[in-house]
Ligand binder design. Structure first.
Ligand SMILES: Cc1ncc(COP(=O)(O)O)c(C=O)c1O
Length: 432
């Protein structure tokens, strides 16, 4: 392994002086568990003090092949040597990837590139508004659709909903923007129908995560939303930024057999790089055709890094790996088996917690049964959950306290054994 770069104590001082909360975004780890990432390989990484971790945060879900998979590194390096960026004109990698995504994703008659998952959901909402000529979008309480002003409504509600009125998740959000979002409870088809019918004349779209955080979308709920959108002439958007190529090759829609009108993809399809996409019906995606500039329905989708060739090459290599027969059966079964073993440890220590998983998404939750709604999530013991996760972090298991986490294709028996042993010690610490 590479030598440690610089003692973390010096790096924290610089970070504290230069970064808000000494973090890179929405998370700043408590002093007792903070670290500075140095380098990773497969399911593991090392901090700048040389401490080893097993990575279950997995780049917020992007690292389905673990750190620096050799095929992905080779593809990115080869393209880096050929040219790292191109703007305003096509590049061969972006064309090959577009064809691949159109072939793979059930709803994808066409795709439009973006850079992040947030941009992809913002684009999907804009396309839906341009297509229907209506302003409002319904989202579900507790769903995360990214960092933009339309998305940050009732993602982290402090109280359950006054549906369809949403709560602001952030300062700096215009009230007028928040007013264009409608909130409904997840997995509650009747409530969604009632609210959508009452606002059908102003509603453009419904956006939904097929798996909302760690809550499995009930197939009859998702199918009911499809029927509702068909009946009322609304655009159904699946936010597959997490579930895309994670639950199944091509996305959750490939196994659900429910085809949305639009879907946002990011994370896994970035191949660890800055690439995301909106996929969907050609008549909607084509509203972004630059030839339509000047027409009222033209939807402006444009960004410096859209279709970046290095990210596209890395993604193509990632998809080649994921397309190997049996990949998802193995990945999902390995995570389910791990959670089964973890449950035995939790039970042995008498902790009132479950090791919940949906495919390769998993989390320890202090509740009796897998959650179906944001209400269930809020009824769980969040403080106990964070205490257990923090103990796991102290033992080299990288899982953001209280946040859903990921298994990857390269987590094997050695990682499972170490993690279960860390869980045993962590449960003892928590129980004490
Ligand atoms: C379902 C979902 N949508 C959108 C996003 C935003 O993606 P990004 O962080 O790449 O902007 C996320 C990120 O976690 C997500 O989980």
């Amino acid at each position: 392994m590479d030598a440690p770069t610089k003692p973390s104590i010096e790096e924290f001082e610089i970070a504290e002086a230069c970064l808000p909360g000494a973090g890179l975004g929405g998370y700043a780890l408590a002093d007792e568990i903070r670290f500075v990432f140095s380098h990773g390989r497969g399911p593991r990484f090392w901090d700048t003090d040389g401490k080893e971790y097993i990575d279950y945060t997995g780049g917020a879900g992007a690292l389905i092949l673990g750190h620096s998979h050799p095929a992905v590194v080779a593809a990115a390096q080869a393209q880096t040597a050929r040219g790292m960026h191109m703007f305003g004109a096509l590049n061969d990698q972006a064309i090959r990837l577009a064809k691949r995504l159109v072939d793979d994703i059930p709803c994808a008659e066409k795709i439009a590139y973006a850079t992040t998952g947030s941009e992809a959901t913002a684009y999907a909402m804009r396309l839906a508004r341009a297509f229907t000529g209506k302003d409002k979008v319904m989202k579900f309480e507790g769903a995360y659709h990214g960092n933009h002003d339309y998305a940050l409504v009732s993602t982290f509600p402090t109280a359950l909903g006054n549906y369809p009125v949403g709560q602001a998740d952030t300062g700096g959000q215009p009230a007028a923007t928040r007013g264009t979002m409608m909130i409904a409870p997840y997995n509650d088809l009747e409530a969604a129908m009632r609210l959508a019918e009452a606002h059908a004349d102003e509603l453009a779209a419904l956006i939904v995560e097929p798996v909302q955080r760690i809550i499995e979308g009930q197939p009859e709920f998702l199918a009911g939303l499809r029927a509702l959108c068909d009946r009322l002439g609304l655009v159904l958007i699946f936010d597959e930024v997490v579930t895309g190529y994670r639950i199944a090759y091509g996305g959750a829609q490939a196994v659900l057999g429910i085809t949305p009108d639009l879907a946002s993809f990011g994370k896994v399809i970035g191949g660890s790089g800055a690439l995301s996409a909106v996929a969907g019906k050609a008549e909607i995606i084509d509203l972004a055709d630059p030839a339509k500039k000047g027409q009222p329905e033209y939807a402006y989708l444009n960004g410096t890094l859209h279709g970046n060739p290095v990210a596209a090459a890395a993604t193509l290599a990632t998809l080649d790996e994921l397309a190997r027969p049996g990949t998802y059966d193995r990945l999902n079964a390995a995570c389910t088996e791990f959670c089964g073993e973890a449950q035995k440890v939790l039970d042995r220590h008498g902790l009132p917690a479950i090791a919940a998983n949906v495919g390769s998404l998993w989390q320890f939750l202090f509740m009796e049964r897998p959650p179906r709604s944001q209400a269930d999530m809020m009824a769980g013991d969040g403080a106990a959950m964070k205490r257990l996760d923090t103990e796991m972090m102290k033992r080299g298991q990288y899982m953001l306290p209280g946040v859903r986490r990921f298994f990857s294709c390269v987590h094997g028996q050695a990682e499972v054994d170490e993690t279960l042993s860390a869980l045993d010690e962590s449960c003892r610490a928590v129980a004490a």
